[in-house]
Write a new protein. Structure first.
Lengths: 207, 69
């Protein structure tokens, strides 16, 4: 089911490409993950080794299995989202609505949408395939997490533990607040978005 | 996502608890009830997988297992 629509940048043409954000990770997404993402990741790892040599560190999400992560249709505490463009799945995200609470001063202890996993298709990652096919997938997914937070009454609050390779993106592009490394989560850096930050990024009026 | 509506009958004490949670958590009544249901399923599924649920008070060094029935 369609949650929102938006635009990605088609890097080859420089044009905007219409994309849909779906509020599900369905059979089509799992099929795309098996038949498109995995071969693209394999080729991307070959490209990475050729470009960066033996010092190349693979994407930290390399072991993620979306079939295992998303195949729980009766679960109501976790929800999936995906971005579809050109008939193919361009990114997937799994959010958890109960496992974490806000930590930022001013919203500490309040409910938030916790982004458990978010990943863009391998062909959209410049380190693996240069040039990438589309830009803007992660931003569309994070926008969906913020909208979901408003919809649930969590007022835009979103939290996540970032893989170290992505940490700079959450801080510089999304303006999320870094709360440092979290020893309870393999020392991954934790980021949180406040209501004020969410209002700024979405252009909503504050209530 | 389609929604279905139901009527919920609560005692005065239960309604007071719901209203208190709404204030504390900054949520409306529907959101609190939906959150409670999600949390119930989350805990139930983990316990069903064989995991245990504990409450711990570090200051008093006490730890008790919660048993879901």
């Amino acid at each position: 089911m369609t949650f929102a629509s938006g635009y990605l940048l088609d890097v080859a043409s420089g044009q905007a490409a219409e994309a849909e954000v779906l509020h599900e990770i369905g059979d089509k997404q799992i099929l795309d993950w098996h038949t498109l993402w995995r071969p693209s990741l394999h080729q991307g790892l070959i490209n990475l080794a050729a470009n960066e040599g033996s010092r190349a560190s693979p994407p930290q999400s390399v072991h993620w299995n979306w079939q295992e992560k998303a195949n729980h249709p009766s679960q109501i505490w976790a929800e999936g989202f995906c971005v579809v463009c050109g008939g193919e799945t361009q990114g997937m995200m799994l959010v958890n609505l109960v496992s974490q609470h806000a930590r930022l001063p001013g919203q500490e202890g309040k409910h938030l949408v916790y982004v458990d996993y978010v990943e863009t298709a391998p062909w959209n990652r410049a380190r693996l395939h240069n040039p990438p096919r589309y830009r803007g997938v992660g931003a569309l997914l994070m926008r969906a997490a913020i909208d979901k937070s408003f919809f649930e009454g969590y007022k835009g609050r979103v939290g996540l533990h970032s893989l170290p390779q992505s940490a700079a993106w959450y801080e510089s592009k999304l303006n999320m607040t870094s709360l440092g490394e979290d020893p309870s989560k393999q020392n991954l850096p934790y980021f949180e978005m406040s209501t004020e930050q969410a209002i700024r990024i979405t252009g909503r009026r504050s209530s | 996502m389609s929604k279905r509506t139901m009527t919920l009958n609560l005692t005065d004490a239960e309604m007071a608890a719901l209203e208190s949670l709404c204030l504390k958590k900054d949520l409306n009544k529907t959101s609190v009830m939906r959150q409670a249901l999600r949390l119930y399923q989350f805990v139930d599924q983990r316990v069903e997988r064989g995991e245990k649920l504990f409450v711990e008070d570090e200051a008093k060094s006490s730890k008790a297992e919660l048993v879901m029935i």
